[in-house]
Design a protein around this ligand. Structure first.
Ligand SMILES: Cc1cc2nc3c(=O)[nH]c(=O)nc-3n(C[C@H](O)[C@H](O)[C@H](O)COP(=O)(O)O)c2cc1C
Length: 163
């Protein structure tokens, strides 16, 4: 898929087919996360792929707006070492993962991690050492829905030279 098409057609998908995602595909998606831009190239990220249904259910139950993680065949938890730009770095990696999933014909959704009261609890469940921040939980699977949320028009957000 053309990169521009991929970015323009990606939408959050929260319903998935009951179908496994091949391991090589998951690895390729995480590889795209690993190659994201990173302040001072620190690359503070760690990506935890969770396929086990019991752990996915625990994660889903712990979130407030991520209950659909239980139904997704894959959940990727993006953690970053607590560096100055961990949130920007982890967010760049997360967006790469969403786009890579789309390019592989998969649906995905970014579920909030950073700032959530449950962030540390998820880290404990997954054996993440202290000093790491949960940036996002990403559900991934073959889409079982099509979404088209309203987007602001370009003319409203694009400014040339000045605001
Ligand atoms: C930082 C962040 C946190 C998000 N957290 C959640 C979440 O907890 N649950 C959820 O269903 N969607 C979550 N989303 C997805 C947004 O709801 C979604 O991106 C937005 O509605 C725009 O839709 P689109 O992704 O289809 O363009 C989050 C997105 C971002 C960037």
């Amino acid at each position: 898929m053309d990169a521009i098409d991929c970015m323009k057609t990606r939408r959050s998908i929260r319903a998935y087919e009951d179908r496994r995602v091949p391991k090589e595909t998951i690895e390729d998606i995480v590889d795209c996360g690993r190659l994201a831009a990173s302040a001072i190239n620190i690359q503070p990220w760690h990506f935890i792929v969770v396929e086990g249904p019991a752990m996915r259910k625990r994660i889903a139950d712990t979130t407030d707006y991520g209950k659909f993680i239980e139904q997704a065949p894959v959940c990727i938890a993006v953690f970053c070492e607590d560096t100055k730009y961990y949130l920007e770095d982890g967010s760049a990696a997360t967006q790469n993962i969403l786009n890579a999933a789309r390019a592989h014909g998969l649906g995905s959704c970014w579920v909030a991690g950073d700032k959530k009261a449950y962030a540390r609890r998820i880290g404990e469940m997954l054996g993440v050492p202290e000093g790491h921040k949960l940036v996002s939980l990403i559900s991934i699977g073959y889409p079982a829905e099509a979404r088209s949320p309203a987007k602001k028009p370009l003319s409203e957000v694009l400014h040339w030279e000045r605001f």
